[in-house]
Design a protein around this ligand. Sequence first.
Ligand SMILES: [Zn+2]
Length: 263
Amino acid sequence: MRTFDIQRRAERLRRRVLFIGPGECNVCGSRVRFQSVTEIIGGPLAAHGFPYTMDELETLNHRRYLCPVCGAADRDRLYKLYMDRFLEPDGVCRVVDFAPSAALSASLRSRADLEYRTADLMMPGVDDVVDITDMPTYADGSFDFFICSHVLEHVSDDSRALRELYRVLVPGGRGIIMTPVAPEGSFDEDPSVTDEEERWRRFCQGDHVRLYDRSTLCSRIRQSGFEVSLFGSSTFGEETFERHAIALNSWLYIAHKPDTDAV
Ligand SMILES: [Zn+2]
């Protein structure tokens, strides 16, 4: 028992050192001390009476969130992990990134094996100005991969956006779909709520129109025809998550458009 206790204590110490110590940003390759957003995000949430703690939200390492060199957030580092490991295109892979993060976008644009475009309705400087719920700019099957991160919670008709994502993807194509995800049973949606204060309290931010939980997010993605897979620390390894400052309760949602040839 004594040996077991020592081992457990050593493991706790090792984790604490990893937890507070420097890590490595896999988006820019720098060894850094990641910056906290605990006050920046947690302050307004608490002030507005949002009922969940930040630790209860999936994929939010608020204590070690931001890379001080490139500005990548923890979720950007998670997407990079996935794309480095699982995106091995035969030839050039056509990628569209909605509401792109500057750090990840710069990294992906530099890859010769990607034909990379950015898209958004409001964000200045994107390649294509599009409304994700209606994208006539893109023909059916225009892309092999998409990133739709922290977009759907802002969109009134998320099902319509998901159908458009399905349409513009080639059969067999995949995409990252991420939103804030609160504990199971927390799903909340009310289009009549336009008051910013109430949106903060119920939906986690003043410009969000709903709060997802895992089962509702997955079922909405499936309703548009996609299959959904979740990737977490068991896929990438706890050491890898800790090194890149990705919380162990992080989950990556991958939508997959079935390959019609296989049906
Ligand atoms: Zn970085």
